[in-house]
Design a protein around this ligand. Structure first.
Ligand code: ZN
Ligand code: ZN
Length: 373
């Protein structure tokens, strides 16, 4: 066993260097994880581009799978464990955020929405000066502190696919947000004979399409500027695609033509571009639902006429990540989906090529890029 471990450290926006850290020693309520794979997320790209007000240096990476190398004797008491008791050598994944504190205003009043907790620890976004042991996925090992959420990877789900658990948690929650109130027999919420338009066919949009197909939605429409991404969306389960480069009026007419002349029942915005949120209000039918997923960072604003929200009697639902237990749903989805996940992962790079991987992410021809330490 070597006494140092390597990690890719973002020292400032636009700068990543390999650094060595002392091999962490874990307390009896902690876990040492050997990282097998970590997906590169759009938010890693935003961090690299300087769009996030964070304290650097940071070891990014929050979409990971790995193998338990050392299991603290009291880890079972201090961690939230889903999928059975843990042993060294087990394959697991972990949510980026720790358990909610249970004590702040939000935990006391809205325990069903744990992402509103004011006191959560989120790895992959924390300064490596403050947390000197690797607490980000672009590293050979990761130190999992107490209050972590641990999910065992189910048998029959490969680590190649399980690395998608975090983005699949985002995607499945977006679909579940559209389900509410979930009363298809009175025409409310998502159901089988419903039309859903997914705006943006990046990694999250693609997984939303796949999750919609997985739950049996009969009319899934995807839109994006990139023809290759629209091709991918069809493979993931979209029934129709629209070129986002066409004039808005044309696109609105095309969407209506696909939805009995009224517009989609549900629009899920994943592009994270302000004008696309505005367009989601234009597309959706009266009485429909808009789920806003794309804006995890703040790229600015857009001119909106709030009258459309009243006139259309709309439900607009925001989404801040997902409750940790969503990982269980995501693992079940990944295990059972018919979507071609092997095609969805377009690039694999080594730990030393993390920076290159971040640059590839979002480029034409790329979808999910995975770092394999
Ligand atoms: Zn992510
Ligand atoms: Zn709290």
């Amino acid at each position: 066993m070597t006494s140092t471990v390597q990690a890719a450290v973002m020292t400032a926006p636009g700068q990543i260097e390999m650094r060595e850290f002392p091999r962490p020693t874990i307390a009896d309520d902690e876990i040492l994880l050997r990282v097998e794979r970590t997906g590169i997320c759009g938010s890693d790209k935003h961090m690299y581009a300087g769009h996030m007000p964070l304290q650097f240096p940071i070891i990014p990476g929050h979409e990971l799978v790995g193998v338990i190398e050392e299991l603290g004797s009291r880890a079972h008491e201090e961690m939230a464990i889903v999928g059975g008791p843990l042993s060294e050598g087990d394959r697991i994944t972990t949510t980026p955020s720790s358990q909610a504190c249970g004590k702040c205003w939000y935990c006391l009043h809205q325990p069903q929405r744990p992402t509103l907790c004011a006191n959560r620890y989120v790895h992959g976004f924390v300064s490596s000066d403050v947390a000197p042991t690797p607490r980000g996925g672009f590293a050979e090992v990761m130190h999992l502190a107490n209050r972590s959420w641990i999910f065992k990877i189910p048998d029959g789900l490969s680590s190649e696919h399980a690395v998608l658990t975090e983005p699949a948690a985002v995607a499945t929650r977006a679909v579940e947000r559209a389900f509410g109130p979930g009363l298809p027999h009175i025409g409310e919420g998502l159901g089988m004979d419903k039309s859903v338009l997914v705006l943006g066919a990046g990694p999250i949009g693609q997984l939303v399409v796949a999750a919609l197909a997985h739950v049996g939605v009969d009319r899934i429409i995807a839109t994006d500027l990139s023809a290759s991404r629209l091709d991918m969306a069809k493979k993931m389960g979209a029934h129709h695609t629209l070129d986002a480069g066409a004039p808005l009026e044309e696109r609105l007419e095309a969407a209506k033509a696909l939805t009995e002349g009224v517009g989609p029942d549900i629009v899920i915005e994943t592009a994270g571009v302000p004008i696309v949120f505005k367009e989601s209000l234009d597309y959706v039918r009266r009485g429909g639902i808009v789920v806003e997923v794309g804006h995890f960072t703040d790229p600015g604003g857009v001119d909106i006429h709030p009258n459309v929200i009243c006139f259309k009697d709309l439900d607009i639902r925001g989404m801040w990540a997902y409750p940790a237990i969503q990982f269980k749903t995501a693992l079940s989805f990944l295990k059972n989906t018919q979507a071609p996940l092997d095609d969805f992962i377009t690039h694999r790079v080594g730990l030393a090529q993390t920076e290159e991987g971040i640059q590839i992410t979002g480029s034409e021809g790329s979808m999910k890029v995975v770092v394999e330490p």
